[in-house]
Design a binder for this molecule. Structure first.
Ligand SMILES: *[C@@H]1O[C@H](CO)[C@@H](O)[C@H](O)[C@H]1NC(C)=O
Length: 254
């Protein structure tokens, strides 16, 4: 009996990687049956999960969004992730008369996304490097306490800002998947950054930085905001995959 269980546990530890994993409290992962039409089922009077879709330009949804296996990190190990989403901004992407171009999805959930320690996961990739003369804001909260920027003062880098200061950068190359998790401790008011590329597991690249961590659970903007300010920046595609929020321990597998 003893040797059997020893053998078993030996076999298990050899084949099952020791991945610590938290509990997914909200998932924006696209399964096989998800199509672009699903985004339009959401409205202020029909707030169906998992995504709010209202920050975009005057075109129809298919102008700005598409879901396809082509837009998923091919190295994703997430169960049920069959597709990723292409989120496009172009010169029609003014929302509410603003001079910035915006296409942004926001989680729709009744869960509390702003207490304890949570990990906000996302991966992004571009098929062509976007205009680096214009500032872009990506994966930001309304108060911008944590966000990725690209372009403008950051040039051709993806730059992680927390508490209003750039803390980490990586050159943005086309056809590369950049995997991230914001590790947000809403009690201690800190944010840490986990990052990797391609199939590599996430690593903590910046320890917790002080920031004014808060969310109303409906203000994490997954997509792009580009500060055109009257300069027509043209059409840009960004691919997003592996977007979910977990509590507990961080999952490092992409
Ligand atoms: C696919 O995802 C949608 C939205 O998250 C969900 O409502 C649906 O139940 C899922 N379908 C399957 C077959 O898992």
């Amino acid at each position: 009996m003893k040797s059997t269980s020893l053998l078993l546990s030996g076999a298990l530890s050899a084949t099952v990687p020791l991945v610590s994993a938290g509990e997914i409290i909200w998932s924006g992962i696209f399964n096989e049956s998800y199509t672009v039409e699903n985004f339009d089922e959401w409205s202020w009077s029909n707030q169906v999960p998992p995504w709010q879709w209202y920050i975009h330009g005057s075109g129809d949804t298919a102008t700005y969004l598409e879901v396809s296996p082509d837009f998923r990190n091919p190295d994703s190990t997430l169960a049920d992730e069959a597709k990723g989403v292409r989120i496009t901004i172009d010169d029609t992407s003014s929302w509410n008369g603003q001079t910035m171009m915006r296409s942004e999805l926001i989680p729709q959930t009744t869960e509390d996304l702003g207490s304890g320690t949570l990990f906000y996961h996302f991966s992004l990739s571009v098929p062509a490097v976007p205009d680096e003369t214009l500032e872009h804001q990506l994966a930001f909260f309304e108060s911008h306490f944590t966000e990725i920027k690209y372009g403008g003062a950051d040039g051709t880098s993806l730059s992680w800002y927390a508490g209003g200061t750039s803390q980490w950068t990586a050159e943005l190359k086309a056809n590369t998947w950049y995997n991230f998790a914001y590790g947000i401790d809403f009690s201690a008011s800190t944010v840490a950054l986990y990052a990797s590329t391609g199939a590599d597991p996430l690593e903590q690249v910046v320890e917790g930085v002080s920031a004014s961590t808060s969310t109303n659970s409906a203000d994490w903007h997954v997509g792009e905001l580009r500060l055109d300010n009257g300069n027509a920046g043209g059409s840009e595609d960004w691919y997003w995959s592996g977007v979910y929020i977990e509590s507990g321990d961080v999952t490092v597998d992409v």
